[in-house]
Design a protein around this ligand. Structure first.
Ligand SMILES: [Fe+2]
Length: 301
């Protein structure tokens, strides 16, 4: 029987994975690698290579943690699934990334409701090899603990959603993906860059904190950063006065349009230019790190 420690850490029990589970990893990994060339940001692809995450099968977290620890001081902690917010933030603040161990079934290749090991390891962990992103995620964890105390968790969760899960980055070659919810989704990794329907706005901390998000479909709105330093700098100030300022303004739907919005048009400089080939992959929404409340809402629908 699995022992769950007070911080929800468990043993990954790598040797217990079946051939079928490794085969599902291979399918998912190979499909994403084909799609992500020219779509994922360079830092992500470098991280994946540096970690040695590959098609062979579900990685052993111990090996990944050794490499991560030497590179940026992060480790992976196996957890049984979604963990309470305070536990999640406390891990991040200590440079420990909580990862689920189970992998989706073969009939769930395109969508499952909760994060699985493919989403967590292939989507999230490679960017932790980047020193600036690694610092950002730790700062986010520290900010999460403060937000819990201040009662503004929802606003901080939106920042996670629109950056860590669904963020885009502008490069000289065009827009690229760094959000793990997109990187682990075949459909959304094409849709987010190629489809004319979603809007792609310049990163704006306050606007993000006001903007709701959808968990049951592709995003209608993405926010674009210039570089990871921008992200880290955005989390540097004390958020308490920003929360108060944002709380005085109405929340926004993802479809809302504001005069201040700075939009990246497809085909514009740093906006990318691609043919519309996403339809073949339009099979299901992508997977973010849903918070426990989100999952409960889903169940109540
Ligand atoms: Fe996630």
């Amino acid at each position: 029987m699995t022992t769950v420690r007070p911080d929800f850490a468990i043993e990954q029990n790598w040797q217990a994975y079946s051939e079928e589970e490794h085969a599902i990893w291979r399918l998912l990994f190979e499909r994403q690698q084909r799609l992500l060339v020219g779509r994922a940001c360079r830092e992500y692809l470098d991280g994946l290579r540096g970690l040695g995450v590959a098609a062979d099968g579900i990685p052993d977290f111990r090996g990944l943690s050794d490499i991560l620890d030497r590179s940026t001081g992060w480790q992976i902690v196996a957890v049984p699934g979604l963990v309470p917010d305070d536990v999640f933030f406390a891990h991040l603040a200590r440079r420990r990334f909580p990862s689920t161990c189970f992998i989706r079934r073969r009939d769930q290749l395109d969508y499952i409701q909760e994060p699985d090991v493919f989403h967590d390891i292939c989507g999230h962990v490679p960017l932790l090899m980047n020193p600036v992103f690694a610092d950002y995620l730790q700062a986010y964890g520290e900010g999460g603990l403060k937000a819990l105390g201040l009662g503004h968790l929802q606003r901080l969760a939106r920042l996670y959603w629109y950056t860590v899960e669904f963020g885009l980055i502008a490069t000289e070659e065009g827009l690229r993906i760094y959000g793990s919810g997109i990187l682990s989704s075949a459909g959304e990794s094409v849709y987010c860059l190629d489809d004319p329907r979603p809007r792609r706005l310049r990163f704006d901390l306050r606007r993000i904190m006001r903007t709701r998000y959808r968990i049951d479909d592709f995003q209608q709105l993405y926010f674009v950063i210039h570089d990871f330093e921008e992200l880290f700098e955005a989390t540097r100030p004390d958020f308490a006065p920003i929360y108060r300022e944002v709380a005085a303004l109405p929340d926004l739907e993802p479809t809302a349009r504001l005069d201040q919005d700075r939009e990246f048009a497809l085909g514009s400089p740093n906006g990318g230019s691609r043919k519309k080939n996403w339809a073949a992959h339009q099979r299901g929404p992508s997977l973010g790190r849903k918070r426990l409340e989100d999952v409960r809402q889903d169940h109540n629908r």
